[in-house]
Every structure is written in C-alpha cells, then in structure tokens.
Design a protein around this ligand. Structure first.
Ligand code: SF4
Ligand code: SF4
Ligand code: SF4
Length: 317
C-alpha cells in the first residue's frame, strides 16, 4: 500500500510539532563520516550543482519521480493531471515535464503500476530518531553514527537541530554534511550537538561559485572560519573538470583546511552515480555538459598530494 504523503503532510502541519521533509534513510553508509553510519537525507538545497548526485533533494517539498519502464500506458495519470505535465511517447510510455508540475501528487495516487513514485515525506523528530536508532549497535561497534545530509540540512534547521539533540542524548556520534550556506545563527544552532561537520568547499572564487552554483561563497567561507575549533571538520571538495580542477586553488583549499583546523581535506573527483535520476524527475540532465577526468589527470592529482597524503585524501569520501 502507498504511504499517504499528502495526508501525513496535512496531519503533521496542523499538529504544531517540529517536523522535517526527508527523502531517504540510507543504512550502512561508509561515505558520510567515520565507521558504519545511517545517513538521513533531507529535502531542499539553495545551490544548483550541475553534478548533483541527489537531484531529488533540491526541491524543498515532496515531488514525483516517474519510472517509464514500469508504465503500461493505461492513461489513468493523464486523466487526473490538471497541469498538462504528463504525456505519452510513441510507445505509450509516460513522459514528465517538471516545469508544468504543481506537485499535487494526484498521478502518484492514480498509478497502480509503480511507474510514478512520491519522493519525500514529512516526519516528526520522534519518527526520524526512532528510524536512526535502529542501527545503533552497528554504530557502537564500528565507531560510526548518524549523518544528516541533503540537500542542505541547514534549510530545515529546527528539525535537524532537534534530531541531533536527541541523538546526542542517546550517545550517538553525529555528523552534519553541509554547504555552509546559511546564517551563522543557524549554523551555530545546528552544530551545537554535532561531533563532525563535513563541510563542502566547491570553489574559492565567489564569482565563479555564483555563476555555476547560483550563490556566492562569502557566507560559506565566513561560517567555516567561525566554526574553526568548535567541532571537528572535514573539508570536502567535489572535483569537477573545467570548474575547479586547478592545482593552485587546491593548495589554497588545503591551506584553508589547516587554518580552520580541519582534520582532513578530501578531494572527490566527480562521479555519475546520480545521472540516471534526472530523467525520472523531469529535469534536464546537466551531466551531459560535464566531462570526466581521464586516468592521466587523476594520476597528476594523486602525485600532487603525495607528500601530504596523511592530511589530504584523494578519491574516496
Ligand atoms: S504531481 Fe505533477 S504531473 Fe502529477 S498530477 Fe500533479 S501536476 Fe500532474
Ligand atoms: S497511470 Fe501509471 S501505468 Fe498508467 S499511464 Fe500513468 S504512469 Fe503509466
Ligand atoms: S549542494 Fe549538494 S545537494 Fe545541493 S545541489 Fe549541490 S550537490 Fe546537490
């Protein structure tokens, strides 16, 4: 049976409880901090990275995702969509136009063939914490814990801060995966119960940052400086060919890492794990404009950091 996303939204919005919109609880994660972790992914992001591997995180509320491969062409969804966002191709498979969608979810309820899914659901702090504590024995045995990622968790700061607070009461190691793009008061509130911040640095030049990602980077760098010494920090740099593949800038980021007392600096060459998601969300596939590094280029980067490999990690989170 389908979860009634809209009913839950209505009930919880009227309840007065602190809630958040979540789109995934990923167990046994080894990419988002030390040890085995559960990562809770929340919706909403102010940045628009063309290489985003979680494009379902960007829209701040629930939305639909279509899987044309499951579509039998029954046409039930077309009958309920009032905005003209759905059509059929020549093989009677569903085609989705995000620009016209009002996120009403009517087609999700109409489809009986798992060709339309709902992404994101509102949950209470209690529900989130109960889910996150399920794997507590694994956290204790592996030095792991819980990471909250997104999207940008700072957008849902009240909910995220409450969840971190409850996890700390339960003795769980907590990590925040963030772009740092928020007011300092928000960063301060959320990081109060955070053991480790995975802090993204994508480019040091604010103009370039804005041109490609949609926002300037000053507030990100200011917040990072203010966080120094208050919690453990790992800097994480998604390395993207033609955007930030600049050794001199990389050296400056390593220098910045030392200045803010980051424990590690990670350079993570762009991957295409999220590429298949774009079509189902009705988004343009931005990966088409991106070019992967070749082996020779990757070797050059590895060589560059060889002498400081205890501090800079290249190629894995
Ligand atoms: S969610 Fe979007 S595509 Fe589906 S019925 Fe509503 S407007 Fe149409
Ligand atoms: S209701 Fe589902 S199976 Fe029927 S046309 Fe729409 S997407 Fe395809
Ligand atoms: S900051 Fe992260 S979640 Fe937001 S668009 Fe960029 S890659 Fe995606």
């Amino acid at each position: 049976m389908k979860v009634d996303i809209k009913l839950k939204e209505k009930e919880l919005k009227d309840s007065g409880e602190i809630t958040g919109i979540v789109f995934n609880f990923q167990q046994f994660s080894i990419q988002d901090g030390p040890g085995l972790r559960t990562t809770m992914f929340v919706k909403g992001c102010p940045l628009h990275c063309p290489w985003c591997s979680n494009p379902e995180s960007i829209y701040p509320s629930y939305q639909i995702k279509v899987a044309p491969v499951n579509c039998c062409g029954c046409g039930e969804c077309l009958k309920v969509c009032k905005s003209g966002a759905l059509s059929h191709d020549e093989n009677h498979r569903i085609v989705f136009d995000y620009a016209k969608c009002t996120h009403c979810l009517d087609c999700f309820y109409a489809c009986q063939y798992k060709a339309i899914d709902g992404v994101g659901i509102r949950v209470t702090v209690k529900e989130a914490v109960s889910e996150l504590l399920k794997d507590k024995p694994f956290y204790s045995n592996t030095g792991g814990g819980v990471t909250i990622s997104g999207g940008e968790p700072l957008l849902q700061y009240e909910f995220v801060a409450e969840v971190f607070g409850e996890l700390k009461k339960n003795g769980v190691h907590t990590a925040l995966d963030t772009t740092g793009y928020a007011k300092w008061n928000v960063v301060k509130k959320v990081t109060k119960d955070v053991d480790l911040v995975l802090y993204d640095i994508k480019h040091l030049d604010s103009k370039k940052h804005q041109e490609i990602l949609g926002v300037k980077n000053e507030v990100i760098l200011e917040n990072l400086n203010k966080l120094a010494g208050k919690t453990d920090i790992w800097l994480r740099v998604p390395l993207v060919r033609g955007f930030n593949d600049d050794l001199a800038m990389a050296d400056n980021i390593v220098e910045l890492g030392r200045k803010v007392q980051a424990k590690k600096v990670y350079f993570l060459p762009m991957h295409r794990w999220g590429e298949h998601k774009y079509c189902g969300l009705g988004y343009e596939n931005n990966y088409a404009q991106l070019i992967d590094f070749n082996e020779e280029e990757l070797e050059k980067w590895k060589d560059h950091f060889k002498s400081i490999s205890d501090y800079v990690i290249f190629g894995k989170a």
